[in-house]
Design a protein around this ligand. Structure first.
Ligand SMILES: [Zn+2]
Length: 255
């Protein structure tokens, strides 16, 4: 992987966002690989909305590259809330590569992959329309709340300029891909509980340890009065998908 972005593609462009796209898209097509299979190549495919997706020629998995010159923050801006929500519910979300590059060198510093099945409806936050014109228009933007994505679903391909082994990356992807059999509307709960599990300090924990997140989850699901039952049910889902073990009743272990 070449961490120097090809700045020659930016010649003649002034707008920072256009410049970044012109420069990072060809880099992605030349350097990124499929994390869902063993293909070391992805093809750039320009669709009618002018957002170019990267597609694996072997398993047809889709990826979208989002680039920032600032370090990854908790939220990624997107343009069309309803379209994104429909895509999540219809299982048509692309995987996201989140690229952070350093200026003025145009060097790649960090790159995270968020697998598409780690994006639940709860992660897509509708933005408040900023103007009267926007309020009148048919759609509003959204923020992809990266803070609500479980840690194991933020897969670091590059960390402060150090490139991870792609076999490790594919293993991490395959692990979280075990959740893709769950329906999108059901997956939100599973991902939320997984995120709580992964934020516990110890890999072995009890029901009571995870109940500490009851209030936080109740805020995300204000209509649900049976949060503890739901938590236990989701721990079982995670166990059945091989992401947790249950050494004894009421005791769990991350695996
Ligand atoms: Zn593939």
């Amino acid at each position: 992987m070449n961490l120097q972005l090809p700045t020659r593609f930016g010649e003649g462009y002034k707008s920072p966002s256009q410049l970044a796209r012109r420069i990072t898209e060809p880099w992605g097509a030349d350097n990124l690989y499929c994390c869902a299979c063993t293909s070391d190549r992805l093809h750039a495919e320009r669709n009618n909305t002018q957002v170019s997706d990267l597609v694996c020629p072997e398993c047809v998995e889709r990826y979208q590259l989002k680039s920032h010159s600032k370090k990854l923050s908790a939220g990624i801006l997107g343009s069309n809330y309803q379209k994104m929500l429909d895509a999540v519910l219809g299982n048509r979300t692309p995987n996201f590569f989140l690229l952070h590059y350093q200026l003025p060198e145009w060097m790649v510093r960090n790159l995270l992959l968020i697998p598409r099945f780690a994006i639940s409806p709860a992660v897509i936050i509708r933005r408040k329309p900023l103007s009267a014109v926007a309020r009148r228009s048919a759609w509003t933007g959204y923020i992809l709340n990266v803070g609500l994505v479980p840690a194991s679903a933020k897969i670091p391909l590059i960390t402060e300029g150090v490139v991870a082994d792609r076999r490790d990356i594919r293993e991490q992807y395959a692990r979280i891909a075990r959740l893709q059999v769950l329906k999108p509307e059901q997956r939100g709960w599973t991902l939320d509980v997984l995120r709580c599990v992964e934020s516990l300090p110890n890999s072995v924990f009890t029901n009571d340890d995870i109940y500490a997140f009851e209030a936080e989850l109740a805020k995300l699901y204000p209509g649900n009065r049976h949060i503890r039952d739901k938590i236990r049910q989701q721990l079982q889902v995670l166990r059945d998908r091989g992401l947790l073990q249950q050494p004894q009743r009421g005791v769990w272990q991350r695996s």
